[in-house]
Write a protein that binds this ligand. Sequence first.
Ligand code: NDP
Ligand code: MG
Length: 385
Amino acid sequence: MYKNLILLGSTGSIGTQSLDVVRKYGINVVALSAHRNIKLLEEQIKEFKPEYICITDIETANNFEEKAKELGVQLFKGSEGTQKLAQLEGYGDVVVLNAIVGIAGLKATLAAIESGKDVALANKESLVTGGKLVMEAVQRNNVKLLPVDSEHSAIFQCLQDKNSAPSLKKILLTASGGPFFGYTTQQLEQVTKEQALKHPNWSMGSKITIDSATLMNKGLELIEAVWLFDVKPEDIQIVVHRQSIIHSMVEYSDNSVIAQLGTPDMRIPIQYSLTYPQRMESSAAGLDFFTVKDFTFAPADDDTFLCLKAAKEAIAKGGLYPCAVNGANERAVELFLNDKISFLDIGKAVYGVLDRFEFGEEYTIEDVFNADKLAREYVDSIFNI
Ligand code: NDP
Ligand code: MG
């Protein structure tokens, strides 16, 4: 188990659940970051006594300056601040858990890796937008990239047998299907923000909850898995499993399928990323098979859920296409949450961005942020914003 933790995005859904694990095992919290929720951040500072914090929203950070002095904690500001936290030196056995939402987490992931630290990654957008840069940095710096996303943690756990791992045939990436599983396009025309924000099995931040309803989340996870496990997109099959008990599976060349199961509680994969390769007692409930009534499997409908189709095509095209669909999605979800566009408009925007721009295979970090900007501008242009 890591002794020291730098937790980015500590006020979010993953952040707070990570602190539950920290509380249980007494891991030392070196640093915390938040964007605007200073009320919760202040409580966290008082309980976990970090030496450093970062507030990424500059105005909020300026307003917190006096308070930070009073609390005896050093304050960094802005997104550069999260990179500084990720690069803090002098904490031998340390991991950076990145639970920031969106491409806003990418530079901190890279900064942590470049400073030689292991990273527990919840921020899947780091791999979706800059997968090549992240994986090259992991290789170069010889650090561990530990998945926090439940499906990727499951796959990672299923691949632990190093003797079988080379004979991996395919990955079965499970999906809950979200609140609108089985809906037709016509039915999706009527759905509201409130309905989209109600996930059947998981309680998560609002952006990923919408991504789960559009199936963009599964598209992002497909791309995340391609990078993390070095497999081709065609070797990953998406399987809708409504109950979210199987968190994903792998199939080996002898047709044996290995699965990881558990109650849908993110504290299990979060904890595994912090205690790996050890397994320790968890606060999450155990799985009682006799209460599991149904156990179902179905294909995902990417003709209706255009975001998933767009993500699949983007990873097949390679280069910065995944970054562009991610940027279009981040902007479209923001507009949807602000009641500016409809649910189906998200899919239209994300699919529409695919043939708008030409990207090559190679890219730099500047190219990533430029592609993200172009994609967001494209979304604004089609909705006249
Ligand atoms: P939340 O929205 O609940 O939390 C996001 C965190 O990031 C908060 O601490 C927030 O601060 C901070 N943040 C928001 N905007 C910025 C920004 N521009 N720059 C820096 N920090 C920012 O998200 P989740 O916890 O649900 O998700 C976090 C990541 O984990 C996402 O990438 C998601 O896809 C992934 N994930 C989440 C799962 C879940 O169960 N929630 C499951 C698997 C993966 P503040 O609160 O102050 O606004
Ligand atoms: Mg997931």
